[in-house]
Ligand binder design. Structure first.
Ligand code: CTP
Ligand code: CA
Length: 229
């Protein structure tokens, strides 16, 4: 096993991965979040560790066991995830942004539970949302940045939007994920993706997230070696 790790595709590399959703409080008992299970990011962390990397997994609130030989950092909000990612990517070689980061958070968190006014005829409640920092783009904008891989969760024009995000966020690679098919992706056991780079594209057919993670880590390691050697 040790021999395998020493000779693994990512032996000696420091890899940071974000996974799961983030949770943005509205008041002490309520929040905004999404259906991300964290399974894809945790599977990537396990596969990277198996490939010999030293792995830090920055995890949003999920109910998953920590993969073997992986250092886990738990966070709740997008801003916490941003802070943790900026800190842990110092001196890292690769960063994979797999988390479904909440794009917005409530502008203010109510100090006590928001109550309905029983005497008001008003049937609506307005909550003003403000944008969260972009974790993967912030890591890609650092001096001495690691090799950065993002995800693109799309329901239509999947490859086109993924290529757009690749350029806009200055990523090295992006994993395009069609989430219009609910049997794959978000909150599911299986997934099918296309790995996209500036002049690279490879589709991986539907399989378990564990298998897919193994294939992805292999392809990512190949592309990393090509671009950094
Ligand atoms: N991401 C991030 N921080 C955010 C939003 C997204 O790090 N605040 C990362 C995700 O982890 C993923 C990539 O950016 O690696 C793309 O996420 P996605 O939600 O597909 O794209 P957005 O840029 O948020 O655009 P939109 O949701 O409007 O399609
Ligand atoms: Ca988003």
């Amino acid at each position: 096993l040790v021999g395998h790790l020493e000779s693994g595709l990512l032996a000696g590399k420091k890899v940071v991965i974000t996974a799961g959703p983030t949770r943005e409080a509205i008041d002490p008992v309520r929040y905004i979040s999404n259906h991300s299970s964290g399974k894809m990011g945790f599977a990537l962390a396990a596969a990277a560790a198996e490939a010999g990397a030293t792995v830090t997994l920055i995890a949003g609130p999920v109910h998953l066991p920590t993969p073997e030989r992986v250092q886990r950092v738990d966070v709740i909000t997008a801003r916490d995830m941003h802070t943790a990612a900026m800190e842990h990517t110092e001196g890292s070689d690769l960063f994979i942004g797999c988390a479904a980061v909440a794009d917005y958070r409530p502008e203010t968190i109510a100090e006590s539970k928001i109550k309905k006014d029983p005497n008001s005829p008003d049937q609506t409640l307005d909550i003003k949302l403000v944008r969260n920092p972009d974790v993967v783009a912030s890591v890609a904008a650092k001096d001495n940045r690691p090799f950065v891989i993002g995800f693109a969760a799309e329901t239509h024009n999947v490859i086109e939007y993924a290529q757009d995000k690749l350029k806009r966020k200055k990523l090295d690679l992006i994993i395009a994920n069609d989430v219009s098919d609910t049997s794959i992706g978000f909150n599911s056991e299986e997934n099918a993706v296309t790995l996209v780079g500036a002049d690279f594209e490879e589709t991986l057919d539907k399989c378990s997230k564990r298998q897919l993670a193994g294939h992805l880590i292999e392809l990512i390691a190949q592309q990393y070696n090509l671009q950094t050697s």
